[in-house]
Design a protein around this ligand. Structure first.
Ligand SMILES: [Zn+2]
Length: 342
């Protein structure tokens, strides 16, 4: 099969389109013909060797795939060749203390697409049948490929970890990103008042179309002052944070008393100063969030197939243009997901 690999860590030029052996599905696994694969910022960290995950070149990146089942390994039941599926990012064990208590995102023995399998920047992938989710008829492959990490992560952050309640106000950082634009849609659907920020007025205009109530341009406006103006000096109940750097502290300063900041990433600064005094005097909380649960993705698939949420595809590229696709993502000019189509 054709796959995009890197043999050393580095910039875009380390990516090579190569012919590699087809993956072979082992017991309990399926072979997928990949029809679409989404890019994620994690892929950049993996390529540069700074992801803090165990990555050994040569390596095929790509953690988010949809496709059709091309072959079944031994012992797989309930699935047929030709079924249209997505592979969940995590292959959870189902047996550890976290899996047994409904907290599979904390699984102590989880495998991940691209770490424990080959990656999604390829024509084929073999993964565990336990990871499969059926794609509803009302959702095409590209929309499905743009859904899982953006909406699954946003759902887990907003509702499971962040406990967003009816009538609350949420500040969503970087609404132009995949998870930011997903969070705008889910928070609106849940009845929250949605304040969002982005680096350009164009991205804010797109987020308004998705249901954002108030937009703040964080390149030209004072985020905290604007939040306080919009909330009558109260602050927001929840901050949806995935950027890091300055927006982390600005998020904390935008919270109401007893407010929560839920966070799942820090590309713009992973180690940040933290003002302890207002944090404890205002009895605020910082809540970590990592991946999501199968049931959360299932809920998002149903909402998308009913047209209540819309996975956003900014652009699609063939495998041969993976460097251009990653370059587009790294310029941060996109709104929604960038896909590779084998
Ligand atoms: Zn487990």
């Amino acid at each position: 099969m054709k796959a995009v690999r890197f043999h050393e860590f580095g910039g875009l030029d380390v990516l090579q389109l190569e012919e590699v052996p087809d993956p072979v599905p082992g017991a309990g696994q399926v072979l997928l013909d990949i029809t679409a694969s989404a890019l994620n910022h994690l892929d950049v960290d993996i390529r540069e060797g700074v992801s803090r995950f165990p990555v050994e070149p040569p390596f095929i990146p790509g953690v988010e795939v949809v496709g059709r089942i091309a072959a079944l390994g031994d012992g797989v039941s309930g699935w047929q060749v030709g079924d249209r599926v997505m592979a969940l990012l995590m292959d959870t064990c189902g047996e550890c203390e976290f899996c047994r208590t409904g907290r599979e995102s904390l699984c102590t023995a989880a495998g991940f697409i691209s770490f424990s399998t080959s990656g999604g920047y390829a024509e084929r992938l073999a993964c565990s049948a336990r990871q499969l989710l059926r794609i509803p008829d009302g959702l095409d492959d590209d929309a499905a490929a743009a859904l899982q990490i953006a909406f699954g992560t946003a759902w887990h952050m907003l509702f499971t970890r962040g406990r967003l309640g009816i009538g609350e106000t949420v500040l969503i950082n970087a609404v132009g990103s995949g998870i930011g634009s997903a969070a705008v849609q889910l928070a609106r659907l849940a009845g929250a008042t949605v304040i969002g920020n982005a680096s350009t007025d164009e991205k804010l205009a797109r987020a308004h179309e998705l249901g954002m109530d108030h937009g703040i341009n964080h390149a030209t406006q004072d985020v905290v002052a604007e939040v306080m103006r919009l909330t009558g000096d109260r602050g927001v109940d929840l901050v949806f944070e995935h950027v890091g750097g300055e927006l982390f502290q600005k998020g904390l300063d935008s919270l109401c008393k007893d407010g929560r900041l839920v966070i799942c990433g820090g590309h713009s600064g992973e180690v940040v100063p933290f003002d302890i005094i207002p944090f404890f005097r205002m009895q605020r909380q910082v809540i970590g969030s990592f991946t999501y649960h199968r049931t959360e993705v299932q809920s998002c698939l149903e909402l998308a197939s009913e047209g209540k949420i819309t996975p956003l595809v900014h652009a699609t590229f063939p495998l041969a243009e993976t460097r251009e696709a990653m370059a587009m993502m790294e310029r941060r000019e996109h709104f929604g997901k960038i896909l590779l189509k084998p």
